[in-house]
Write a protein of this length. Sequence first.
Length: 421
Amino acid sequence: MKAIFFHLAKATSLMVLIFVVNLSIAQDADNYKVYKAKVKDNKTKTDVVFGSVTLVGTHIGTVTNSEGEFTIKVANDSKANELEISHIGYTSKKLALSTLNNEENIIWLTPTSVNLSEITVRPEEASALMEKVVKKIPENYSINDVMSAGFYRETVKQGRDYLAISEALVDIHKASYNQDLEDKIKVFKGRKSSNVKKADTLAVKLQGGPYTALLFDVAKNPYILLDDNLRPYYEYTIIDVKTIDETLNYVVEFKPKVLLTDYPMYYGKYYINTTNLAITSVEFSLDLTDKDQVSEMFVKRKPVGLKLTPLTTSYLATYKQTDGKYYFSYSRGEVKFKCNWKKRLFSSTYSIMSEIAVTDWNSEKIEKFKSKESLLKSAIFEEELTAFTDDNFWGEHNFIEPDASIETALKKYEKQLKRNK
């Protein structure tokens, strides 16, 4: 079996692949209640994906998955009794936990619209706006270290079939935004599954795991998009105004003026609070004009005779405001590429997805991980985990609800594991 490794060695690559040819604490379910729901647009009836779900009055939360679904667990002794659901371009909604039943719940969000002409901004001001945004990062984001609990998931697919699914509860020591210090991650509890039979010719592995997802935090890692030397090579345009958490946000589109030969360039949109100029969300994708250069950037190791062609990339990062400061909340990245072997007629398409959601945090009890406890940035995350068959593996901890395809794959692999015992 041969393998390809997507790596994290180049900080600008955001995802590094490796292609290869083929802590547990028991929790009492009586100590918490589980609430499940699906969030939909009340006009189009479509799913609202990657929306923010927060237990009002706490730092506890999660996100809706790619099908608009979420699960949140609330301790019985919690005094919180409301959920708030928000998303770009929608009116935020609060609802009492008591209104949710044990069956399927549908939560409807109402789209909002703002006429751009109501806000006076000349197009030539967009570049100056971005300069102010960068200068205000130390003011808008936490100047204190933060300890976060998070849920991380990464998947590898060949076509529509899952080859590997890895998930974990992680502790994150998030360094302050006004210091050039790296974030640290410790795996609290994790599990994995893999379809070994399906991957009998080529295995694809992602190096760096949760660190990959944290890289999408562009406010913490400005060298990706916001570096002073890099911004002049981008063209910025204010194209819209959207509401996020009941506040107005400029939608600033960006694209390269020129393509640099030695540095990756991106297309995307910033969502910027019109009052304090904080980045509340960013979505972007890599320019794929030079596919050979992009392939070299992503791939650390691959078998001889294998040609990789990148097809699409997409990245997303969101932030939540608390007491006037913004905190990293959620990020997701996905890369799709085609593999061709020399002297073979057929090719295969692979996709790698990495996402992390902060499910709770505090800025008081700061724990500095010991070196032996921290996950290495060079680690192949799935190799750090064990296989699983426990239906209540996560206990009282919050996680990202798997979409239907992931859930189906997990159940299939779980049955395989039980048969092999």
